[in-house]
Design a protein around this ligand. Structure first.
Ligand code: DAH
Length: 373
């Protein structure tokens, strides 16, 4: 009869020893019977298969079933047994391979090798890296932060007070089961990279210049221009006497570096809780050159919706209320000022490469991705 793991009722050292010995003997006996590749596989699956292999069963029946006071001893025994069984399985494999090659199987060195393509950077990552590099050349350093964030960093310290309607614009994915915690400690998937502004200001005193690449999540169903996971690049500069002029000059330079020197920029008033004043930055459409029309028959330009301008990012001067949260680390809003900006790397990659469906970036189809390698 084939060996099966049975429940233990007696957890004394002697009983454990007996059960372990019986199990090992069965394993050793079965290993002696391994002849073919198929048998080796069956043997391996039966003993160390993850789902219902003997080791898994032993774990379930002997360890999980052990009474509290026997848990430690049983744990040690089971671990020993595990090691021995894994050794037996490995030995069976080695013996099998040896005997197969002794039986005349040879490596045919004239066969072409297995081609392992190296792979290439994903277009979104490449875009993000290029944008980050532009800011690094301006003296910015790279900062990063966690994707699972607290309400405090994602919202409160960015001047979104609890229950403020501005939170609704962020379509947040909350982590379940957080109700027992104070609101500011509740976990969520960060909806933007802006929390890393505060996290960095807590650690580094002014002046700072940082650029923050990272993934963010929103409760948006996937379509041609939305994805529940996407990539942002954030920036923050804080010093004495930073002005809106610095913001405009920096971003105008970055856009020209990235899209080409003929690109024009336009700043239009907007609102974000953590900047005041706030703006959206538009660039002249890189597809139609700003005319809103395409081709000899003046077809309407789709990417800019005939306007000649494309929205690229949100930005503004850091709101004094944000500095209040890090005041003790040198960010007295009376003494320092700063600007911030945040852009979507995926959207910029769409524009740069003339791709019309965001989903293509996330489906992992090598035929699509290979074009950017
Ligand atoms: N965090 C904003 C968003 O995801 C984007 C943003 C706007 C970032 C303005 C900024 C900023 O740093 O100043 O919608």
């Amino acid at each position: 009869m084939a060996y099966t793991v049975s429940k233990l009722t007696d957890y004394s050292a002697a009983a454990l020893e007996k059960a372990a010995a019986e199990c090992l003997r069965a394993c050793a006996d079965e290993s002696a019977g391994v002849g073919s590749d198929a048998e080796l596989k069956t043997f391996r699956d039966r003993w160390v298969g993850r789902k219902s292999g003997m080791l898994t069963q032993i774990n379930d029946l002997w360890l999980k079933g052990a009474p509290k006071n026997a848990k430690r001893e049983a744990g040690i025994r089971v671990n020993e047994l595990k090691t021995r069984i894994q050794e037996l399985v490995e030995r069976a494999r080695v013996v099998h391979v040896d005997s197969a090659s002794a039986a005349g199987e040879r490596v045919d060195i004239s066969l072409p090798g297995v081609h392992r393509p190296i792979g290439a950077e994903h277009p979104v990552i490449k875009t993000s890296r290029e944008m980050v590099a532009i800011f690094q050349r301006l003296g910015y350093s790279v900062a990063e932060g966690p994707v699972v964030e607290t309400d405090y960093y994602n919202f409160e310290s960015l001047n979104f007070p609890p229950n403020h309607p501005a939170r609704d614009t962020q379509d947040t994915l909350f982590i379940a089961g957080q109700q027992a915690k104070a609101q500011r400690d509740r976990l969520l998937l960060r909806t933007h990279t802006s929390p890393v502004q505060i996290r960095t200001m807590e650690k580094m005193r002014p002046p700072i210049r940082i650029v923050i690449p990272g993934i963010v999540h929103r409760n948006d169903p996937p379509d041609a221009s939305h994805s529940p996971m996407f990539h942002q690049i954030e920036g923050l500069a804080v010093d004495t006497n930073i002005t809106f002029g610095d913001l405009k000059g920096t971003l105008d330079h970055a856009m020209k570096e990235f899209f080409g020197s003929s690109v024009k920029t336009s700043f239009r008033p907007s609102f974000f809780p953590f900047t005041e004043p706030s703006a959206e930055l538009f660039i002249s459409c890189i597809i139609c050159g700003g005319s809103g029309k395409r081709g000899p028959d003046d077809a309407p330009c789709r990417p800019c919706k005939k306007t000649g301008w494309i929205e690229i990012l949100g930005c503004g001067m850091v709101d004094p209320n944000v500095f209040e949260f890090v005041k003790d680390n040198g960010y007295d809003p009376k003494k320092v000022s700063g600007f911030a900006f945040g852009m979507g790397a995926d959207r910029i990659a769409l524009l740069k490469y003339g791709v019309d469906d965001l989903q293509l970036f996330f489906q992992g189809d090598v035929r699509f991705l290979r074009q950017f390698a």
